[in-house]
Design a protein around this ligand. Sequence first.
Ligand SMILES: Cc1cc2nc3c(=O)[nH]c(=O)nc-3n(C[C@H](O)[C@H](O)[C@H](O)COP(=O)(O)OP(=O)(O)OC[C@H]3O[C@@H](n4cnc5c(N)ncnc54)[C@H](O)[C@@H]3O)c2cc1C
Length: 453
Amino acid sequence: MHDIVILGGGSGGYACALRASQLGLSVVLIEQDKLGGTCLHRGCIPTKALLHAGEVADTAREGESIGVQSTFNGIDMTKVNAYKDGVIGRLYKGLQGLVKSRDITYVEGTGKLVAANAVEVNGQRYEGKNIVLATGSYAKSLPGLEISGRVMTSDQALQIDYVPKSVIVLGGGVIGVEFASVWKSFGVDVTIIEGLPSLVPAEDAAVTKAMERAYRKRGINFKTGVRFQSAIQDDTSVTITLDSGETHTADLLLVAVGRGPRTEDLGYEQQGINVDRGFVLTTDRLATNIPGIFAVGDIVPGLQLAHRGFQQGIFVAEEIAGLAPATIDELGIPRVTYSEPEIASIGLTEAQAIEKFGEIEAYEYNLGGNGKSQILGTAGFIKLIRKKSDGVVIGVHMIGTRVGELIGEAQLIYNWEGTAADVAPFVHAHPTQNEAMGEAFMALAGKPLHAHA
Ligand SMILES: Cc1cc2nc3c(=O)[nH]c(=O)nc-3n(C[C@H](O)[C@H](O)[C@H](O)COP(=O)(O)OP(=O)(O)OC[C@H]3O[C@@H](n4cnc5c(N)ncnc54)[C@H](O)[C@@H]3O)c2cc1C
């Protein structure tokens, strides 16, 4: 009998395996596809590689405007894919080496929960004092919308070996706007269709507005508050019809309407685990209702992010080892959208903060006053939200080129419950974009330097 049997080798599962082995626990890690899961092979890493290729394409186009003689001559998708796959391949090899170097029993195959303490793979039973479910998620579609041919999810979109002329992106959330950004940079005519009233609707209202302005400026078309009805495709194109009767035609349709939990037919419900619309319900200590069975990652309701999966995996390993780790504050998990411009946020939006605390204060520091942002030619802002009662910062929201890199400091401030008085004395290097964070806090402390009061 092992200490832990982990089903799924993605961000949540492998992080749990690595930490558990570090703690001297005996671990079985079961994976049916590739170690690393969605994030490494079909998610975070390939999309960010494409976004970087897009950034280089934009840089080539814009060189002339700052006196650098460069021209954009097109995208060679074979080479872009080779670059992307090279990055994945190196990380995959490194991860495989890491798992091999630890005392982890790695099992290839599709596992099924067959008892409260056992998973079966290829007819072989692996028993554990504890079981960790980490089977991740899949790209959803809409009723009646079949994924085939010109209609694809991110899984197929990451594999195409040509640059389409035009694309319709169904869904203006994180994955949708990231793909829209890549394709626009590659010279594609892009139209986003979003059912909710704005792009990136989970973000603070000021950020969504700025994002829409930036996308309009980039020439990315979008329709918000409209409902998709149907799609038909032929040899040359795909046409979608909205509820209003309006139609749009393009080479491809990317369906980016969210990700569902991969929990069907895995024995979870048969073993009595509480599941809601496919998601595995857990306590804040990630325990399911069945003693000894835990769940981590995208199958647990909440933010579907790789670093949340890592942290949950580490948490469960430490919990099983008896270290009584502190619970994870879901609001303290940083969120980054890696489009151009980038969006980065943590904590509550202004609307959520008002709902929760009533009296709050919000301050926006415009990147127009930040030297490095001007050098990069980006617009945007850092928005801080604090409680009026004690001044604790409860939300940080940013938009602009490269602001994802600023989330590190924002998350420390949020998670350490910082106030303007705590942060304003810290010196931020000049000229960095990070300096804008310092400036925002100086302003909030009542002593703005490169900003109006
Ligand atoms: C296009 C895209 C871009 C993304 N970009 C980002 C980003 O930039 N940053 C970020 O934080 N997150 C991003 N994500 C989300 C991130 O990929 C997920 O949150 C993360 O992968 C979840 O980890 P997980 O371990 O829960 O699941 P997964 O990574 O999906 O891993 C689950 C694993 O379980 C295996 N499995 C399933 N069933 C079985 C079974 N029965 N037997 C054996 N093995 C099984 C699967 O093969 C898979 O490898 C992105 C996702 C997508 C799709």
